[in-house]
Design a protein around this ligand. Structure first.
Ligand SMILES: Cc1ncc(COP(=O)(O)O)c(C=O)c1O
Length: 387
């Protein structure tokens, strides 16, 4: 087949193979990034869909504008303030999940060979969204507070990137939050170099301790912000949103028309009905409560069974724990042991653009019950003790 040249470097999907073993019925998977499906507000969402059919069925089933359902955009505009002001409606476009936002931004900004900066490590799906446009991805070293400012500055002195992609809240894969100080330093550097920032925030509401920190978008104008209902409602809905200055949104709108004309109209109506209802806030509180408990159970189990062998960072929010195996340099090798013990995770290497060898692993705690978490960690411990 005469495939486009960007497909040349595509690796055999080792990750796909790992995730397939998640379906083996006796394997415990800490590999996915899934929200807990028993917490989806299915009954309430069904009621919302029923009401859409009853109240606005003929409109919701029709072709619609690429920017998305206006009441939903209005809701977003009121929730997300920049410098104390509600955003204008023309600065908001609904996307098919924030994954589509990543892809549309890539399509709109990246020419082959352009430089795109990312955190190191970063979200694998973002690297996949960018790769079709063939950028040169440069990873900026991070520490426990996020991007290291002088490292960013060093790179910006040498190159002129199209944008910097960051996940400031409870990052995927590390679970880290970028400190306020770091956000300020980042913005200062961005101003100095007139850098466009792509801020991806699917996990911000899943906060288990501490106060919410301001979005980068609240601190700096040249930001494209991505939000999503996947983690606070359900990923199957595929509803997200992008906020940026009007001109950028106009370009994104053109790109989106070419991709899918508009995001599922029916679902946008139903999501709107749900989020303006009384239960949305309560639902988020419930998610925080359950996930925080699962996170604590996993941290305690890791401390109990592999305290010496696995170094763990405790996240303050999100869905992931980032852990380092002390006795082995390559967590892909360790995965072989853990697969034999019937527990899986995602090895750190997948989150680095250069696929460096890493002793890190991303472990998900949100979609397993406390009993499964405990048993999964016991199996991980058995694997660790076989090294
Ligand atoms: C950092 C990050 N961005 C974007 C996405 C995509 O989310 P959505 O379901 O909104 O497309 C994910 C999904 O896990 C993610 O972790």
């Amino acid at each position: 087949m005469k495939y486009a040249s960007w497909t040349n470097g595509l690796d055999e999907s080792f990750l796909g193979e790992i995730l397939k073993t998640a379906n083996h019925k006796d394997t415990i998977s800490f590999a996915g990034g899934l929200p807990a499906q028993e917490l989806f507000p299915a009954k309430d969402l069904k009621e919302c869909f029923d009401r859409v059919f009853e109240e606005d069925g003929s409109i919701a089933l029709q072709y619609a504008e690429a920017l998305g359902y206006s009441p939903l955009r209005e809701w977003v505009s009121k929730q997300f303030f920049s410098s104390g002001k509600a955003r204008k409606l023309d600065e908001i476009i609904i996307t098919t999940g924030s994954q589509q936002g990543l892809s549309l931004v890539a399509q709109t900004f990246i020419d082959p060979g352009d430089i795109v900066l990312v955190e190191s490590p970063t979200y694998l799906g973002a690297l996949q969204a960018f790769q079709g446009y063939r950028p040169r991805v440069v990873a900026i070293p991070c520490d426990k507070n996020g991007i290291i400012p002088h490292e960013l500055e060093k790179i910006l002195r040498k190159c002129n990137p199209k944008f910097l992609y960051v996940i400031p809240n409870y990052q995927n894969p590390t679970g880290k939050i970028m400190s306020l100080e770091r956000r300020r330093e980042l913005v200062e550097i961005a101003r100095k170099f007139d850098l466009l920032i792509l801020e991806d925030n699917p996990y911000g509401e899943l906060r288990y301790e501490g106060e919410a920190l301001p979005n980068i978008m609240d601190m700096y104008d040249k930001v494209i912000y991505l939000g999503s209902f996947s983690k606070v409602l359900s990923p199957g809905l595929r509803v997200g949103f992008l906020i940026a200055e009007e001109e950028i949104v106009r370009y994104i709108e053109r790109a989106k028309e070419g991709v899918d004309l508009f995001s599922n109209n029916l679902t946008q109506h139903a999501v709107y009905k749900y989020i303006v209802g009384k239960k949305f806030k309560e639902h988020i509180l419930e998610l925080r409560r359950v996930y925080s408990e699962r996170k604590d159970i996993m941290i305690q189990a890791l401390k109990k069974y592999v305290d010496e062998e696995v170094q763990v960072d405790t996240p303050k929010g999100g869905l992931f724990i980032w852990a380092k195996i002390q006795k082995m340099g390559d967590s892909c090798q360790f995965l072989k042991y853990s697969q034999e013990e019937k527990v899986i995770f995602v090895p750190g290497t997948f989150f680095y653009p250069d696929r460096r060898i890493s002793n890190e692993m991303r472990i998900n705690f949100s979609c397993s019950s406390p009993e499964i978490i405990e048993e999964g960690v016991r199996r991980l411990a058995r694997a660790v003790h076989r090294i």
